[in-house]
Write a protein that binds this ligand. Structure first.
Ligand code: B12
Length: 512
């Protein structure tokens, strides 16, 4: 069969590289984009090919892979199936637009969607979007080939949610995959795109022009932080590929010339032995790429950090979240400030080049003093980079459930939305206050950093300066202090709209 696989993404999470950096040679057909590669479709394409299907990949970050181009290709090539893949709530509107346009181009060709958000909202999506024919719930490696084999009998496909005689039919669920070593390595060559290692920000922050890709070595996380939906998606389990299988893929990437790799694992740092085996393998095979990953602070062992450094790990991102134990406990983070300090200082002591801290602000129960305590905490830590984002509630998280229980969110009407806590929760500070305190916090953090760590600050700026104009670096540094103009009004829960509380600040004060 001939399958079109389309990765639909949020436009603000990708950016074309500036013209002067985009074409290395005049005959270069490839486009350079600052974005993460679409690992979902890259993973599924070779699996389908192994089953004898032909697959064509599209990624909407490419200037010639926008909805109109794909619709034209559909009209010309008439694939047997169109499979749309997307990650999050934020992309759902774009997916609906895509499905509508592709259906117009080829009304009889079935459209199946999959990915994290689709998995969690399958019935809702089918009720909401007539252009989508079915949803593949969960992992696609076995489900998608099974679906293609049973196009005439969708009832035979475990994990499929589909329409039949006007009803929505939910087939028996498909269990989580047990053996992740059985699949071919992702296809990173078909798309005519070079993904560029960058900071995921709204100014061009290119880190290097080396060949860059992502890799997933494990799935899931056993913890239950209130803002994360991974435990519900992965049923609280952590599954992993063997070190050998991972090293085989890394060897291939090394031989293909990749020199920068980012692990998208939910929690790479969970199993020390496995990290040890992978790192020793990288060293023994003399693989040349640098790599980065994310993880919890309580899983880091000193001996592994030194080995990770030797194996060219140059980036480590920790979910720090907050600088007060009170907020960490409210988020069910199950970590202490001491553990954070230990992990960050050990990572720096062992020479990890860039250690990043993810923080959230505007959490329920958090005061202005708590936010400033987080900034002061960040200033004390030897972090190289940091991000302070407003906490959001996504469907499938314990926090979302709490808001349903508190009568703030109406599951039936709000399922397709996501909310900043500060817009909807009266126990959180209002958005305006959070933004004001954040500016103050950043000013303190930057000042302390320049004063206490001038050399590392200079080195970091020099790294940015290799591929960025100084005006862009200045914009990057200035961005936390810019007044934010909303590109779109924030989503509000249906009940707040019913009550006419469409100003988040007022709504937050009176909904509960
Ligand atoms: C890497 C990553 C990113 C990268 C982007 C990656 C990219 N390709 O563009 C960056 C950092 C930019 C990012 C940004 C955001 N992300 Co993100 N991200 C991830 C992360 C950690 C890994 C994704 C990944 O590479 N997975 C590996 C591949 C192999 O898995 P997959 O794509 O899910 O595909 C599998 C299945 O879903 C299925 N499948 C996929 N497509 C299809 C299609 C069909 C037809 C079928 C049948 C099956 C199928 O089969 C695949 C193989 O099993 C996930 C967490 C996670 N575990 O998924 C969060 C995650 C998806 N992100 C999340 C969020 C919230 C965001 C942001 C909104 C954050 C923000 N506030 O700014 C943005 C929005 C990005 C967007 N929509 O474009 C949430 C989504 C929650 C939700 N319900 O919406 C997640 C789940 C994290 C979390 N803990 O909650 N993200």
């Amino acid at each position: 069969m001939n399958v079109f696989m389309v990765y639909v993404r949020d436009e603000n999470f990708c950016q074309l590289l500036p013209e002067e950096l985009n074409r290395s040679r005049p005959d270069d057909e490839r486009t350079k984009v600052m974005a993460f590669p679409p690992l979902g479709i890259q993973t599924l394409a070779p699996v389908l090919r192994r089953h004898g299907h032909r697959v064509r990949l599209f990624d909407t970050c490419h200037p010639q892979m926008k909805v109109e181009h794909i619709a034209q290709a559909v009209a010309e090539e008439r694939p047997d199936v169109m499979a749309l893949s997307f990650l999050s709530t934020t992309t759902y509107p774009a997916v609906k637009t895509m499905a509508k346009r592709l259906k117009l181009a080829a009304p009889k060709i079935p459209i199946i969607v999959g990915g994290t958000f689709a998995t969690m909202n399958s019935d809702h999506i089918l009720r909401d979007c007539p252009d989508i024919d079915c949803v593949g719930v969960g992992e696609g490696e076995e489900l998608l080939p099974d679906y293609l084999n049973n196009l005439d009998d969708p009832s035979a496909v475990a994990g499929l949610v589909w329409r039949h005689a006007g009803d929505i039919v939910r087939n028996t669920p498909r269990p989580l995959l047990q053996d992740l070593n059985q699949f071919p390595y992702p296809d990173r060559t078909s798309l005519p795109i070079d993904y560029i290692e960058s900071l995921p920000l709204d100014v061009p922050a290119v880190l290097s022009l080396d060949k860059f890709c992502t890799i997933q070595t494990s799935r899931g996380c056993p913890y239950s932080c209130i803002y994360c939906d991974i435990p519900s998606l992965s049923q609280g389990k952590w599954r992993y590929r063997s070190a050998e299988h991972v090293l085989g893929e890394m060897q291939q990437l090394n031989d293909l010339g990749y020199r920068s790799i980012y692990l998208t694992d939910d929690h790479f740092l969970l199993n020390r032995n496995r990290i040890g085996m992978i790192c020793r393998g990288i060293i023994e095979r003399k693989l040349e790429f640098r790599w980065g990953c994310e993880g919890r602070v309580d899983a880091v062992a000193v001996d592994q950090l030194s080995l990770m450094k030797k194996a060219h790990c140059n980036f480590l991102a920790f979910g720090v979240e907050a600088g007060t134990q009170k907020v960490l406990d409210r988020l069910h983070k199950r970590q202490t400030l001491k553990q954070v300090e230990h992990a960050v200082s050990e990572a720096k002591r062992h020479g990890i080049q860039r250690v990043h801290g993810f923080f959230v602000i505007g959490s329920p129960g958090e005061t202005e003093a708590d936010i400033m305590a987080s900034f002061r905490f960040a200033a004390r830590l030897k972090l190289d980079t940091f991000g302070f984002n407003r906490l959001c509630a996504y469907r499938g998280t314990p926090l979302w459930q709490e808001y349903i229980d508190r009568g703030i969110i109406d599951e039936g009407r709000d399922w397709h939305k996501w909310f900043k806590c500060s817009d909807i929760d009266c126990t959180a500070l209002s958005g305006a206050v959070v933004n004001r305190v954040r500016m103050k916090g950043y000013a303190l953090l930057f000042a302390r950093r320049i004063f206490w760590r001038p050399i590392s600050t200079y080195k970091l700026l020099r790294l940015f300066g290799r591929h960025m104009k100084w005006s862009d670096i200045f914009k990057l540094l200035w961005s936390p202090f810019r007044r934010r103009t909303l590109s779109r009004k924030p989503d509000l829960p249906a009940r707040m709209i019913d009550l006419g509380l469409e100003e988040p600040e007022r709504g937050a004060a009176s909904i509960t």
